[in-house]
Design a protein around this ligand. Structure first.
Ligand code: NCD
Ligand code: ZN
Length: 348
């Protein structure tokens, strides 16, 4: 197959940041994706509907002329989020989920949740308002090995939470393990997962390829090959519970190539072609459209996009670096090639 035409996709997990970084990275996503669920882990975090409204305005102002990309906003859940804010969020029409970061689990998660029991009243309000909960599924317990933190989170926190709030819609974000695949596949109705390109293209060997590779470091960290395969199989399975969420997370090169480097992989520049590579490797290119363009919209109860885009099987070079406000951004596959490219209709 040389060409693949599909409904314009959406990215159901994206970090856009703010200011100059926002202006730099937004066009990469907006050139291809119709919408994105925008993560709220700014500094300070987006904890109120008023803050989400202002952030949304800044994103729209940063869009290239004529681009109709739609940011779908989220709130950052804290232990002091008032349940009343959930009703305001639901009525806003532009807030589509609430993100739970275990405090200390990842970039800008300090204001997150220490104990899920402390947010039960907010979760009740979300269940009543039918506003989805988006979960970073890793424990922060230092006694738990970093490669086991997702599995242990499911046992200790996610499985009980999904039981306790039987009508709450839940997205387990950026899944990385066989255990997460199994949990999501067998869970009750209303439980889904996003899948990143890195977790279906690379295993943890990529962190040590010829030396320490900070640009392959993200959270949850890459896992063993058998986990990569399980997540890839889930993505290409055709199950509507698994859909596209890049978790593209820009950090300046200085912050990545450091004694204590930040977690986050920047994939937005070539995200859809990277997924196409992964689906092709599994012999399931025909299932890319459901994963990229249908299942997420259906889960979030939004209309599927009307426009179509075309991918072409023609390699593209990935730049070694992208300028970024006095620093650089190193994209996934920097200096290498991706086997597919997007042929964007109308240059939109
Ligand atoms: C994300 C970031 O940089 O904001 N980093 C990451 O490694 N994925 C945060 C997150 O989604 O965990
Ligand atoms: Zn993320």
């Amino acid at each position: 197959m040389q060409h693949l035409t599909l409904t314009r996709p959406d990215d159901w997990h994206l970090h856009l940041r703010d200011g100059d970084t926002l202006t730099r990275v937004l066009p990469h996503t907006a050139a291809v994706f119709g919408r994105a669920i925008v993560m709220p882990n700014l500094k300070p975090p987006v904890t109120t509907v008023a803050a989400a409204r202002a952030y949304r305005e800044r994103i729209l102002a940063a869009l290239p002329e004529g681009n109709r990309f739609e940011p779908l906003m989220t709130l950052y859940l804290t232990e002091s989020t008032p349940p009343a804010e959930i009703r305001v969020a639901r009525e806003s029409g532009f807030v589509h989920g609430v993100k739970l970061y275990p405090a200390g689990a990842t970039t800008h998660s300090e204001a997150g949740v220490r104990d899920p029991a402390n947010v039960y009243r907010v979760l009740e309000a979300m269940e009543a308002a039918d506003l989805p909960l988006l979960v970073h599924g890793e424990v922060v317990d230092p006694r738990v090995d970093p490669f086991d933190r997702e599995r242990v989170f499911i046992e200790r926190h996610l499985a009980p939470l999904v039981e306790r709030f039987p009508r709450l819609r839940v997205v387990m974000e950026h899944i990385t393990t066989t255990e997460a695949v199994q949990f999501v596949r067998e869970a009750r109705e209303g439980v889904a997962a996003t899948v990143t390109p890195q977790h279906i293209l690379m295993n943890r060997g990529a962190l040590f390829e010829g030396g320490l590779r900070p640009h392959h470091y993200c959270l949850p960290v890459l896992k063993r090959e058998r986990h990569r395969r399980a997540v890839l199989e889930a993505a290409v399975s055709g199950s509507p519970r698994f859909f596209l969420g890049t978790d593209s997370a820009p950090h300046p090169r200085r912050a990545k190539e450091a004694a204590c480097g930040c977690a986050g992989i920047y994939s937005a520049l070539t995200a859809l072609p990277l997924y196409a590579e992964a689906f092709e490797s599994a012999g399931r290119l025909e299932r890319l459209e459901g994963f990229a363009s249908h299942f997420g919209a259906d889960f979030y109860r939004l209309p599927r996009n009307g426009e179509r885009i075309t991918l072409e099987r023609r390699a593209q070079a990935v730049p070694a670096a992208i300028p970024l406000d006095g620093d650089e951004l190193i994209p996934l596959r920097a200096g290498g090639e991706v086997a597919w490219r997007v042929v964007v209709p109308n240059g939109a």
